[in-house]
Design a protein around this ligand. Sequence first.
Ligand code: TLP
Length: 344
Amino acid sequence: MGEYSDFRSDTVTRPTENMRKAMAEAVVGDDVLGDDPTVQELESLAAEKMGKEAALFVPSGTMANSIAIKAWTRELDEVIVEERAHLYNMESTHMTFIARVLPRPIPSNRGAMDPEEVEKNIRKPSVHIPRTSLICVENTHNNWSGAVVPMENLEAIRKIANNHDIKIHFDGARIFNASAASGIPVKEYAAIGDSIMFCLSKGLSAPVGSLLTGPKEFIDFARRVRKALGGGMRQVGVLAAPGIIALTEMVDRLNEDHKRAKKLALDIAELPGISLNPDHVQTNIIIFGFNHPKISIPEFLTKLKDRKILALATSEGRIRFVTHKDINDKDIEKAVSAFREILG
Ligand code: TLP
């Protein structure tokens, strides 16, 4: 992307020098046959970091979520999801397409579902209606501007799940961002979920991959589902190697991204046409409403692009900026100047 400042997502980061070196030097085997030592190392590291028995390396966050839902449910079941959840809105309907279960979306306060509301939506057993078998939570919450969902809320939902013998799957695509922002160790968040997935290719800057973690029996089954979905990969140690660097070298810098996002939010919040509460920017995602008397969202994005700045419109008519390793202080200054110039 050269001279562009690319705020579209933290997925756009390029691998670090150490990652490229690790890829070149990775010892590999055939992972479908179970003998790629670099993948094994990454999976052990992931399981250890999350405090779970086992982990599975998958190509994407979407595949991790779809496998988890498939593995925890069966047809005729229903899954409680937060209404703006990524796995419900942005993953091409795998809940119905792959797991063949019904989503039951419920509203939230910036990603935190009211525990009473969750409990009310758990179905009573009946021949007429679906069985509630799973609750999904997400943290940080992408579509709530990267909000950190409070631990007390997650714990209250865990209690309810226990009382009703229901599993929890945790979409922790950006769990390391949540932990960096709140100071709560990732293991404590991970303990909320029977399973948790996280992504290597977002804030942690690896080129590809996510890890699904959970009990050994669940991961054994997940491995079969991954194969059935065509996600069995062979000498994939070359992709696991940068993942190991992501986990060992890239976690401690996430608060830099959060600080830059906050700075950008504070500097643009008062400009005409923008509706944004900078207090709501807790991590690296800034989502704001845009309603300008003279400029539409596509026009605004084009004007930004003319100034070598890339951002995305969300499906609900808002604009999203994301900070990451390849965004520095100069990119923030450039964006703020462009906003001022365009919006006046
Ligand atoms: N999010 C992407 C896009 O929305 C597709 C992004 O740019 O933020 N869970 C969460 C919370 C996510 O934000 C994403 C990706 C996923 C799951 C899916 O991961 P991938 O893109 O690897 O399938």
